[in-house]
Design a protein around this ligand. Structure first.
Ligand code: UD1
Length: 432
């Protein structure tokens, strides 16, 4: 029942530091299952999906120690295969990386179907195809994915029918300790795939080609522990960039890799903002007029689907009609209904949202329907006149570390409140 409350209309100004990338930290955490040794992971973001993943490993027998706010030591020597708890695994999408890790280390895997944000169907057929190509026999009855092999996975050539981050990562995890060489063709090229490969290579793996669409993995017998720092979160950075532009402010966003932000920078400039790049920072300056802009989401290096809802908010302010097309997921416009409550004029036609700009947004009670949609509501609240109250904020906290504190340090009038549970209040009322 916790909420974020925002009094909008304040241009953001100042400097904000971005944390480690959630979508890199998660596969790296699950990759630790492959390693019977200590791994020290630095620049870990303090977000719910990460703490839940660490809990999953801890409950499976891993030793997980917090060294400081952004560093953990993980030793998976004691992990027991197939023991992940269904109710934990179902809370999070990334738990499916346990499939690749268990298969890689133990030659078999048993994990419940994953959860995660609802963007329509999220099939795992390419993961299954990958495991089968490596010699696995896959059974998906009774809400679990079971993979068995005779003597562990065996290297092979895999061609993915769609570009998928999740399946690329899962096959990498299953193949690092396999006998022989695996080649993944039509692989995803996201920076977090490169980060996972760099982490595994630091532990003794032999992976080449990560960041291109052909990844080669030469199986090794064993991996060893290491100390590794996660790359900065390009989606958190992109979110602050859009917030700066939308509020007509000026924000320096530090601890970023500007190359990873290029597609967002280009679209912001098309929309009239200025983006100045430095070695590990960008400065975004918004303008009073936002230009109408079209965009379509694609796998990296295209415009990220995880930045689509935030950009849609900016385009609500534009001087004309913008077309936003979703090229990755079939249903990622559930937030549109919430924006309409704030005065936006948006029509969704299949995979395209037609946004009629130039309407002033006004504060309203809205819901965070998923992680990125939720943070888009935060940006909408920052630009809207009046007060916006966002509920279901646990979804935002899955992927953003202290977004409220960071925005407040940039001048936003924003607070997080713990609202009493209505059932509990009712009970208290009755008791009195
Ligand atoms: C991951 C990210 C998510 C991000 C997305 C795209 C995590 C935990 N999640 O999700 O934040 O939005 O990448 O950058 O890191 N597909 C299939 N069959 C499969 C697998 C995927 O058809 O077996 C399709 C999906 O339905 C989707 C597309 O491929 O249309 C991309 O999916 P994928 O890249 O795997 O994304 P996720 O791993 O779900």
């Amino acid at each position: 029942m916790d909420k974020i409350i925002i009094n909008g209309g304040v241009p953001l100004r100042g400097t904000v530091e971005v944390g480690g990338m959630k979508n890199a930290a998660l596969p790296i955490i699950y990759a630790c299952v492959l390693i019977e040794d200590k791994c020290i992971i630095e620049n870990i973001p303090n977000v719910r999906d990460v703490s839940l993943s660490l809990d999953i490993l801890r409950d499976m027998g891993a030793s997980v120690k917090t060294i400081n706010k952004s560093t953990v030591e993980i030793d998976c020597t004691g992990v027991r295969q197939g023991t992940s708890k269904v109710e934990q695994v179902q809370k999070i999408r990334a738990s499916y990386y346990l499939l690749g890790s268990e298969l890689g280390r133990f030659g078999k895997a048993h994990v419940a179907y994953p959860g995660g944000c609802d963007f329509g169907g999220r099939p795992i057929d390419q993961h299954i195809k990958g495991f089968e190509t490596l010699g696995g026999v896959v059974n998906t009855e009774s809400g679990h994915v079971d993979v068995t092999t005779e003597n562990g996975p065996v290297g092979a050539n895999i061609f993915f029918d769609v570009v998928t981050v999740g399946a690329t990562i899962n096959v990498m995890l299953a193949a690092v300790l396999a006998e022989g060489t695996t080649v993944i063709d039509n692989a995803a090229r996201e920076p977090h795939i490169v980060d996972l490969a760099n982490f595994l290579n630091t532990c003794g793996a032999k992976i080449t080609g990560a960041g291109t669409d052909v990844i080669k993995i030469k199986g090794v017998n064993k991996l060893h522990g290491c100390t590794y720092a996660i790359i900065p979160d390009m989606i958190e950075a992109g979110t602050f960039m859009v917030a700066a532009a939308a509020t007509g402010g000026c924000v320096k966003i530090t601890n970023v890799i500007p190359k990873h932000l290029e597609s967002v920078s280009v679209k912001l400039e098309e929309a009239g903002a200025t983006v100045d790049e430095f070695d590990d920072a960008v400065v975004v300056t918004g303008r009073s007029i936002v230009r109408k802009t079209n965009l379509k989401t694609h796998p990296y290096p295209g415009f990220p689907t995880d930045m689509q809802p935030q950009m849609a908010v900016l385009l609500c302010l534009a001087n004309g009609v913008s077309y936003v097309s979703e090229g990755v997921y079939e249903k990622r416009f559930r937030y549109v209904e919430e924006l309409i409550k704030m005065g936006a004029t948006i029509k969704v036609d299949g995979r395209t949202a037609v946004i009629e700009g130039g309407k002033e947004l006004s504060g309203a009670p809205v819901i965070a329907v998923d992680l990125r949609a939720g943070v888009a509501m935060v940006i909408a609240g920052l630009v809207a006149q009046g007060t916006t109250e966002i509920s279901d904020i646990h979804l935002i906290e899955r992927g953003y570390d202290d977004v409220v504190g960071k925005l407040r340090s940039l001048g936003a009038e924003i607070k997080r409140v713990s609202a009493p549970d209505p059932e509990e209040s009712e009970l208290i009322k009755k008791a009195n």
